[in-house]
Design a protein. Sequence first.
Lengths: 533, 219, 430
Amino acid sequence: MASNGRKADTVTLTIDGREVAVPRGTSLLQAAAALGIEVPHYCYHPGLSAPAQCRICLVEVEGAPKLQPSCVTIAQDGQTVHTDSELARGMRQGVLEFYLVNHPLDCPICDMSGECSLQDYVFAEGRERGRAQEPKRVFGRDDFGGDVLYYGDRCVMCTRCVRFMDEVARDSRLTVVERGDRAVIDTFFDSGLDGASFAGNVVDICPVGALVSKDFLHKARAWDLDHAPSVCPNCSQGCNIELHTRDNLVQRLKPRENPEVNGHWMCDYGRSRYEWMNRTGRIERPAMGRGEERSEADWPGTLEALAARLAGNEGEIAIVASPFCSVEALGALSQLAKEAGEAAAAVFRSPRAGDEDPLPGFPLLVRRRDLAPNVDGARLLGYARTGTDDGSGGLDEVAAHRGVVFVLGDDLNDQPDDFGAAADLFVYLGTFDSPAARNADFVLPVTTFAEEEGTFVNAQRRVQRFGQGLRAPGSARPAWLVLGALLAFLKSGKTPANAAEAFAALADEIPALSGMSHESIGPGGVRLEAAHA
Amino acid sequence: MSETPFRNPGWAGNTGEFELSEADVRGSAFVGRRPPEGVHPSTSASYPFMRVERDPGAKLFDGPWRERFEKMLTRYPTAMAALLPTLNLAQELRGHISPETMDEVAGLLGLSSAYVRGVATFYTMYNKRPVGRYLIQVCTNISCSLCGADEVLAAFLKHVGAELGENSSDGNFTVVEAECLAACGFPTCVQINERYFEDVSAGDVPAILKRLVSELEGE
Amino acid sequence: MAYPYRHERETRVLSEGFGDPRARTVAGWREFGGYRGIARALEIGRAETIDEVRRSGLRGRGGAGFPTGLKWSFMPKDARRPHYLLCNADESEPGTFKDREIIRWTPHQLIEGCLVGSYAIGASHCYIYLRGEFFESNQIMARALEEAYREGIVGKDILGSGVDIDITLHVGAGAYICGEETGLMNSLEGRRGEPRIKPPFPAAVGAFGMPTTINNVETLAATAHILRHGGDWYRQWGTDKSPGTKLFCVSGHVNRPGNYELPLGFPLMELIEDICGGMREGRALKAVIPGGSSVPVMSADECRDCSLCYEGVEAAGSMLGCASVIVMDETADIVRQVRRMAQFYAHESCGQCTPCREGTAWATRILRRIEDGRGTEDDLDTLLQISDQMTGTTICVLSDSLAAPVISSIRKFREDYLALVRRGERVGVA
């Protein structure tokens, strides 16, 4: 009976001669995808309703009087479907020809070139030459406000953008204006998309170069970009993203699908804040000595000297760490502190927005109040919040601490020049030098999250991995590596070879992380509680 | 040619022995004057929304028009469904649907302004800019075209003295081409504001225009 | 009373009151036997009402010819959710002018049909989607409905039956595509009149997400008579597959164009030669479009033995559609007329589906070029191919409706096209 029950939940059909079993209710397009067959499509998007209007996903279903739109046709038991029959291919070629009747074919100056569905499909299956001889219809370019530009001539009228604003952003600012071949996408006259906090997604879902990012305009060609899987560092939601880089610079952030965190989307706040990852003027070499005595040194000498100081330490240890640092770095620092003495304080500071900004049609995604990626990781690892909502203040005690002071990733911008002057030992692990770090005995250049691998814990208490997208400047090293090496000195242990090993070392000791590994976290992340369920 | 008598105004038929008055044929004798506040809610949306009288500054909606608007709302399960009737009413009052009107209508029904623009631009009867006191729509679709619609259109343009789609200098007329008006047996069909003029030939045009002007002056 | 175009061979069922202003009032309409159909329906009950219509064999008069009784039977029988009847009075198929006549001469005929239909499908609210341009006829309709409400014929407890049926006049704003049933539903809901993908079908998910039936004006009007006299009575006219009478809208180059009500199956040539008084100025017949501009053009030869019923016109290579017979004589310029139709479809395309949005506009541009003498023979092949690409590839059949006249005209009147592309000579003047 149980097997009968299961049978009722799946249907088996044949697509292009191959059999596939899919859950009841699956569309033909998705069923084909399960076999690795991509049926061309424009209007269909997995995160939106399907109007079946682009007509390029039509497939041949045996027994049906005409071609069926695969995006909305539900797979039936025993169906035989052809996505690549002469009929289906001929129809696609026809539809593609229609798309090109008025398309400007300005690929050489189009930002979408290289990742454009129209380009790809026409290249794969289009006619060698179009037959349209008449002058093309011209709409020109329209500034939609925000970061969005609209090139009406390139538009395929799939209306994904309109549906995103209606169904997901629930802010119906885009519409189809006019009808027939005069139809274009527009806002309410000049009112634009300004202030719509998720509007950047319409650029991502545009299958062609009709909606483009002003910020990215003419910056790079798609085929020159490297893609690194990452996690958005700009709030504690931890939207899964990709860093698109070229010439060791982040060129743009793009959402990476994760149905449990951000769906297909990300917010404009997060998307627009990547330039800091490209900032120059970084600390590139380790250095020792306070004030005038500061001199650069090599890593082995520096670490050896610091390890010696820590080994002989008798003072209490105060830590300021940034929630922009990875779980691996924050964990290694608290382990090191535990090894080197008594804890006085472990705090973090984080800017906080006045309110949250949810995405109404995908309520899991919220631009959170905490504007840093690892606030929950820091808390989990024993760090306490301090300071005000603009991420400043709260460090008076640490600034005057007499024992050991560690600063990790917090650039102390608001702190006085005599910060740490009273400390026996002041260690500054950071990316930028700071006037408040003048009293540091050790200045250790570390990498940003973009230059390393690691994990963050988001506001859903989900541990998520990020990958490396940029090369580190000079001899900056990941903080987990620097701190792991120091720990190895103190415990006569082994320095972790990579972030996964650094995480494994933590998982052994921190109950909340026990049993987890980079491998088990995978590309989509794991919730802390789920890992132990 | 300008002296050609105007035949059968409002009724098609230059071959039959039709005895009814124009008012009977148009139904105006039967309809009478319908009050601005409407009669029954079921018919409150059924008013001509192309009229000579218009006031671009009229409020949306006041007095009797407010009453009719409220009546309309009672006939639909959603506010959105009242969008076309509301736009109709707005055009009936103001003569065209400006961006401001779209915005106000959106506010009245709790819709986004962009949405209202999308809907308003879908339908050809909404004038997106002011038109002449008489909007003259000449059907040039197949049945009329077979019987000389192009000459009728040319005659209107010539006698009005304006380009297609442009307002005449006195603001009285705008001549446009229309799609089939469903009076194909009586070519050429011309819709002028709320009225159909059927069986129009090019020779009838001066008389029709003269009649329209005299109606304006009569007011 | 002299309605200008009538003919002794007509069978006047629907058109009996045409030309008689008295039919516009309740009392007047009762003199024509009005409101007896709905009274009988209320007496025999819903299921019997549907059966009566099914027995009559009435087929939808809006163009598709789908059996009305069958369509009504698709509606769910439970009354847990509101059901809607939508009356499609958005008449705008070029060549068609029958619904406007029904509305302006016999508004109560339509009201009665709406009541019968609503009652049959269990709808307590019927929307009559009136074409926006019909200002004059709409007001006649409105006055009639107001009176029907006053008389207790519409509204609560209609005719003392305990049944509530409301009717609302909803006025469109100029879009041919709203005559497509799902486009009409979207328009009624206050949206752009873009047709919806089917399934779901309206009987399951229609207007406002509720079970809905959409019927044409003439269809509903006929049901009033069918209920009054019985389904078998209706079958005394027409053919087995196309029972009953039909309003034929004849336009173009005939002496007496107009609406003629004839039994289905009436010979096309007799309609032209006898009923319509023959071709203007005795000219020769060149072509006929028998069912509104969306159906294939017929050559004069194909007209010879064509009888005007659904199956008869199909056998002659076209479709009856809404029986809008557009007649062209030897002076007709086929290329120009096909271009004008293409222009219409391009103008009215809602723009959702790519083949229609781009195809109708592109075909128009090619046809214009050919008309201007700048076309080539290759263009004819291109037109045939893109017409093929526009057929069966879209949500609704608007682009198919252009493909039909384009393909048929190029096949049947190729010489007219060739004269233009080869020699720059126009054939015909109209």
